[in-house]
Ligand binder design. Structure first.
Ligand code: M6R
Length: 365
């Protein structure tokens, strides 16, 4: 059942190119510049007219929501707020029938997310779901939605469900912008970038052995810092969550520029810093963040774009990912971070599929 892999988590990481193709199948038509989302087709006009979109979720699904915020705001130019479902439900949020609330949940059973959904409905918002488990409670109680079609995810650490959620949000952002905010040509370019992601992910997975070697350097750390900017900021959060939940190493994710507002005080030779430093509009800034870490003797592991020689001046520990447009980068940069956590956890002898104190779906608050 693990398909020859030692753990479900590793199997699920390696399934991602195929899962990504499944998520897009029948939905993405690159040449026509079209996205077809059957589950929300009848509600798309209302969605495009929303004054505001609120995304509610927990954990990794919340990280996908943050990427969704960047995508929807960039492409569809509609304001988006992302809230932890547990905060949203208890703070008497301002929501009305002008708003669309999107709940994201792999399991479709997370107690706080379900409660947020019910509250948003009571307040008159249109509620859409992005779920993986077909027929789950959240999928049933939302007005409309989209399934991620990632197949069963057994490992407690979410991997393929996350990348499937991000693809769904990407398709949604494009569908919402069509005929409104971006040109047909831009839509085609973005869909082409998206369609190329599965093959690029497959190429990253080929570096598994090299990533495992890098994990040796992290395995005895007590803390780790993950930094990213722009679309890669939520990936930094996700990388840190993956590490802490399965290897029990304390890790924090930060938007890189926030480092000097506090976390920089922690940096010394015992603090590994994983920096996502891809070639996008934040690249120059990220390089100076790396210099700041290095001048305090922090150990840097960089995730960088193929062909980038400049980065090697700053650190020898580099994992390269294929070049891609900024909006699809999270789908690539998260892959080495998933593998890194997996290997660190196995090197430390942890039970990666069933980490202590954690359940696959959190059905009580
Ligand atoms: O099933 P859900 O997507 O609603 O679950 C939300 C979180 O419990 C979940 O993402 C959790 O953070 C994972 N263990 C992360 O890997």
């Amino acid at each position: 059942e693990k398909g020859g892999f030692e753990h479900f988590m590793l199997k699920e990481i390696f399934e991602q190119p195929e899962v990504m193709r499944d998520v897009m199948r029948g939905r993405v038509r690159v040449e026509e510049g079209l996205v077809h989302l059957g589950g929300i087709h009848d509600y798309l006009d209302r969605l495009k007219q929303a004054k505001r979109i609120v995304i509610c979720a927990c954990g990794t699904s919340w990280h996908a929501g943050l990427i969704g915020e960047y995508l929807i705001e960039e492409f569809a130019r509609i304001p988006v707020e992302v809230d932890y479902a547990s905060e949203f439900r208890y703070r008497n949020p301002i929501v009305s029938s002008d708003d669309v609330v999107i709940v994201i949940s792999q399991s479709g059973e997370t107690a706080d997310t379900l409660a947020a959904l019910r509250l948003a409905r009571e307040k008159g918002a249109m509620v859409m779901g992005i779920c993986n488990v077909v027929g789950s409670t959240i999928a049933r109680e939302t007005l409309c939605g989209m399934y991620t079609h990632a197949g069963p995810e057994v490992g407690v650490a979410s991997t393929k469900a996350f990348t499937a959620q991000v693809i769904v949000l990407f398709m949604l952002a494009i569908a919402m912008s069509k005929g409104r905010t971006i040109s047909h040509e831009e839509i085609r370019l973005n869909l082409r970038e998206l369609a190329e992601v599965p093959d690029k992910v497959a190429r990253i997975l080929e570096q598994n052995d090299a990533i495992k070697e890098m994990a040796v350097k992290l395995k005895d750390a007590r803390n780790a810092l993950y930094l990213g900017r722009g679309y890669n900021f939520p990936v930094a959060l996700e990388g840190a969550l993956k590490l802490k939940e399965i290897s029990y190493i304390h890790a924090e994710g930060y938007p890189a520029a926030e480092m000097k507002h506090g976390p920089i005080a922690l940096i010394d030779e015992d603090m590994p810093v994983i920096v996502i430093a891809t070639r996008d509009n934040t690249y120059a800034k990220i390089l100076s963040n790396i210099e700041e870490v290095r001048s305090r003797k922090g150990r840097v592991i960089a995730i960088a774009s193929e062909g980038d020689r400049e980065i090697e001046r700053l650190t020898k520990d580099v994992i390269y990912i294929p070049q891609a447009s900024a909006a699809v980068l999270p789908l690539l940069t998260v892959i080495p971070l998933q593998l890194l956590s997996y290997h660190v956890a196995t090197l430390r002898g942890c039970n990666v599929d069933r980490p202590r104190n954690l359940a696959k779906s959190v059905t009580v608050e």
